[in-house]
Design a protein around this ligand. Structure first.
Ligand SMILES: Cc1cc2nc3c(=O)[nH]c(=O)nc-3n(C[C@H](O)[C@H](O)[C@H](O)COP(=O)(O)OP(=O)(O)OC[C@H]3O[C@@H](n4cnc5c(N)ncnc54)[C@H](O)[C@@H]3O)c2cc1C
Length: 472
């Protein structure tokens, strides 16, 4: 018997499968490709992603595979200072997406979660008790039955389409190429990462990925080219010699793909027993380096809620909060990437606007606002209407570890231990001095505050029930 089918072994699906495996949920990952791709694609973990990976103890082994750390973030290439935040990770971890995926896929073995490569989901039906998926694999077509199915199957999600969930937004207006290339050695080749420039008038934009391989980004000379049209070596050669020198000579193309600023978001992240996460739920221009990060954080929000639901102790409506919490976060990222696309336009009037925005972002308040958004550190989930208000409710609380993905009560004394006992199978307790201007905090498994109070424990039982289910 399977509890959850995860469709797609990208960063979102693999993160979710790890969260489910950790919680003892019987999970199967379906992946249509036979082999893991070596494409660089995303190259960064934003501070909030670093924090959530660190909560489970996964950041350190991932960071060992990193190429670099980037002390800043950026908004349309304009630097953002992350050092103003109370976080252990005020920087971006510079690591190709494929390395993050390899780590996440390899560690699934520890939970006995299989990744069925060469298995493509071709359809599904759901009923009151579960979902039956049709899967085309090496041995023909089979069916798999599970209690839930999650579509983490990328921007062209089959799951989303079969579900009939709307994907409003707009098509792309600009066409870009990303390629991992090996240029001929040249003294002007960059040896360090810099903030991205998308304007050919600045010269070719390259980033070193090690072993002579470079990430190369450029605007397609023919902006009307079809998204699926193969990228030619000639196109890359021409782009390497367009704009001001230095110009470079192409030796080898390892991988190349087109992308656009198409911007769309699923109307609903859940329909019955089927849920959507990552690019399957939202697509946007990769400005600021947020897409992978958004997907990984979707998975951290969904994993513990789905696990509690499968185990039968989830409070009513817990799974619904996945959509209510993550949809606004995705919508905000879509908006900020659209704004960045405008600022990246190579038009002289836009240059003036860009220079003004650059000036503004040197103001601490403006930097904090935009850097909080891009880093993911400003995320504050809405609390249910019946919850007493408190400034830290819904925010992230920087704790070092929640390795077992359980809740955590932080109090200055053991006074509340007896009250917590009926939930001690789901929530841990740490005696710690007050922080965040409050005596006591209750954290969810994703590190967000769901109760803030005093050592009298007013409202704590209601919060425990609200987020962790009935007392046992
Ligand atoms: C050029 C470029 C640069 C980027 N740079 C950044 C960056 O710097 N920072 C950042 O955060 N993000 C960046 N992104 C975005 C990031 O790559 C994506 O947001 C991320 O890959 C989304 O992960 P995902 O797991 O949701 O989907 P995907 O990575 O698309 O994974 C989906 C998986 O599902 C599989 N699949 C699809 N259909 C089926 C099916 N029917 N059955 C079985 N399997 C299926 C696919 O084969 C794939 O493996 C960039 C993207 C591009 C294109």
């Amino acid at each position: 018997m399977i509890d959850v089918i995860v469709v797609g072994a990208g960063p979102t699906g693999l993160t979710l499968a790890n969260e489910l495996g950790l919680a003892g949920v019987r999970t199967v990952v379906l992946e249509r490709t036979l082999e893991r791709g070596g494409q660089s694609r995303a190259l960064n973990l934003q501070p909030r992603t670093a924090e959530v990976l660190d909560l489970r103890g996964w950041l350190e082994p991932i960071a060992e595979q990193a190429l670099t750390t980037l002390p800043r973030g950026h908004f349309a290439g304009i630097p953002l200072d992350y050092s103003v935040f109370d976080t252990r990770f005020p920087y971006q971890v510079g690591i190709p997406q494929a390395r993050v995926e390899r780590f996440l896929e390899d560690r699934l073995a520890a939970y006995g979660v299989p990744v069925l490569r060469g298995h493509e989901l071709t359809g599904f039906v759901q009923d009151a008790d579960g979902v039956t998926a049709t899967v085309a694999g090496p041995d023909g077509t089979t069916t798999l039955r599970a209690a839930y199915l999650v579509g983490a199957d990328g921007g062209r999600s089959r799951v989303r389409r079969e579900l009939g969930v709307g994907f409003p937004g707009r098509d792309g207006r600009i066409s870009m190429v990303v390629a991992d290339i090996v240029p001929e050695p040249h003294e002007a080749l960059p040896t360090e990462w810099r903030l991205p420039v998308f304007d050919v008038r600045e010269g070719p934009f390259l980033m070193p990925l090690g072993d002579g391989v470079h990430r190369f980004l450029f605007g397609a000379p023919d902006q009307t080219v079809a998204r699926d049209a193969p990228v030619t070596a000639d196109e890359i050669r021409t782009a390497l010699t367009t704009g001001p020198a230095p110009h470079f000579t192409l030796r080898e193309v390892r991988w190349a793909s087109r992308f656009t600023d198409a911007t769309r978001q699923a109307e609903r992240y859940a329909a019955g027993r089927v849920l959507l996460a990552g690019d399957a739920a939202h697509i946007h221009f990769p400005a600021g380096g947020q897409g992978l990060n958004l997907g990984v954080q979707d998975a951290f929000n969904l994993g513990w809620k789905l696990a509690a639901t499968v185990h039968g102790h989830a409070p009513r409506d817990l799974l619904d909060t996945y959509h209510t919490e993550r949809h606004p976060v995705g919508a905000a990222v879509l908006e900020n990437t659209r704004a960045q696309v405008v600022l990246l336009h190579p038009d002289d009037d836009v240059r003036v606007l860009r220079s003004l925005v650059s000036d503004l972002l040197t103001e601490p308040a403006a930097n904090r606002r935009i850097a909080g958004m891009i880093s993911g550190l400003d995320i504050r989930y809405p609390m249910p209407p019946d919850t007493p208000t408190h400034p830290v409710l819904g925010t992230r609380h920087p704790v070092p570890h929640l390795h077992d993905a359980r809740g955590l009560l932080l109090t200055p004394s053991s006074d509340l231990t007896p009250l917590l006992t009926p939930w001690s199978d789901r929530v841990d307790h740490t005696i710690t001095p007050p922080t965040s201007g409050t005596d006591a905090l209750l954290l969810r498994p994703d590190g967000h505050v769901c109760w803030a109070g005093t050592s009298t424990g007013d409202g704590l039982e209601a919060a425990l029930e609200r987020w962790f289910g009935p007392a046992s």
